[in-house]
Design a protein around this ligand. Structure first.
Ligand code: PLP
Length: 381
């Protein structure tokens, strides 16, 4: 716990349920609070610090870019921005060949909804129950939770149960602009979509003139053991939304689009989107991921976690869901007391719904640290 009341507690609008920590430094998979306590970070800023906190590859790229060019609006071309777009398209599922850059996940979803409307002339979205797509009003309209206090939202959206093809089939009609899905639901509890379901979504969208938008804001950038989670299924969406891990901790978002998408010049934009500083950080991040084969590392460490996690010795655990280093531990009771107990053991973890403990460690986490996390889990569960 902090020695003094953190300055923020006096000035910040009360929005977040706080955990009583004042974090002042990070390196790799470790964080330090103002009282010198050290933590293993299995939150990574909610799946942001995939290459570890303050990775020198990113801090060096930021320093160089800050000394060269900080600001360049979208009406001009910029070398760093072009370099990033090329890197993204080289890694993306086949068919995605154009990039729109913005500043966050919710903005990427917002843009994808607008591009979808422009392309199809329709407005309805079909999304999944328990899905999470962001907090701004458009993205919130497509999000299952957190919405009631903000009605009225965009009309014409329908929510369908994940992995139920029949219900999906029934929901897509002539007014459907797009089906919007996460490959693995993150905030909704680490729940993977099934291959047949995703392929059915692809087929139904094509048949009915709707677009398939895949939200990889949380699953992207090696998190699930592939560069993008779509690769697990050979899935070819019309648009892909990205953010979180894209720039090593620097705020950035992106929409990748295929030929089926046409937005139109002058209809959308952002002041900071594609800012050279963020682009430099993202270029360095992607290079680091490729160089260190972080998707393979996430796959291997995730498998190791599953092998070593003593599921059958922990009667309080209902289920373990693990895809790479995206890990959900479904409990038979509330997650919050477990999160507090983990914090006392020096491990920072996340909830994902009321009964799921979620682990999204940096993909660079040392094997020994992951073992320490398992030991802490054994102790508190
Ligand atoms: C976090 C998240 C978002 C929203 O991203 P922000 O950067 O917080 O706006 C959207 N979709 C998914 C799947 C997410 O996990």
């Amino acid at each position: 716990m902090s020695q003094q009341a953190p300055l923020e507690s006096e000035y910040a609008l009360e929005i977040y349920p706080r955990r009583g920590l004042n974090i002042v430094r990070g390196e790799g998979a470790r964080l330090w609070s103002d009282d010198g306590e050290e933590y293993i970070d299995c939150a990574a800023g909610v799946g942001v610090a995939n290459i570890g906190h303050s990775n020198p590859a990113v801090t060096d790229a930021l320093t160089r870019q800050a000394q060269t060019l900080l600001v360049c609006p979208g009406i001009f071309h910029n070398d760093r921005r072009g370099e990033l777009m090329k890197k993204l398209i080289e890694r993306a599922p086949a068919g995605l060949n154009k990039v729109f850059l913005c500043n966050s996940g919710t903005e990427s979803v917002e843009a994808a909804i607008k591009f979808g409307r422009r392309t199809t002339g329709r407005a309805g979205l079909v999304t999944a129950m328990r899905g999470f797509h962001g907090r701004t009003l458009g993205a919130l309209s497509a999000t299952f939770k957190y919405r009631d206090a903000f009605e009225p939202l965009l009309p014409g959206n329908s929510f369908v149960p994940l992995n139920n093809i029949e219900k999906l089939d029934a929901a897509i009609d002539d007014d459907t602009c797009a089906v919007l899905l996460e490959v693995v639901q993150g905030e909704g509890g680490v729940r993977p979509a099934e291959a047949e379901y995703l392929h059915a979504a692809r087929r139904l969208c094509t048949e009915r003139g709707a677009l398939l938008i895949i939200d990889e804001v949380q699953t992207g950038f090696c998190r699930t053991g592939r560069f993008f989670a779509c690769e697990h299924f050979d899935l070819a969406p019309d648009m892909m939304c990205l953010a979180k891990g894209i720039a090593g901790g620097v705020p950035m978002g992106a929409v990748l689009c295929g030929d089926s998408v046409s937005a139109g010049v002058g209809v959308h934009g952002t002041t900071f989107g594609g800012n050279p500083l963020a682009c430099a950080a993202a270029c360095a991040t992607i290079d680091y991921m490729v160089e260190h084969d972080l998707s393979k590392r996430a796959e291997n460490l995730g498998a190791e976690f599953s092998q070593q996690f003593p599921l059958d010795q922990l009667p309080s655990v209902r289920e373990l869901r693990q895809i790479g280093l995206m890990i959900g531990i479904e409990l038979k009771s509330k997650a919050t007391p477990v999160l507090h107990a983990l914090l006392d053991e020096g491990v920072i973890a996340l909830p994902a719904g009321p009964t799921v403990v979620r682990l999204l460690p940096p993909l660079t986490i040392e094997e020994a640290d992951l073992v320490r996390v398992i030991d802490a889990l054994k102790k508190v569960l």
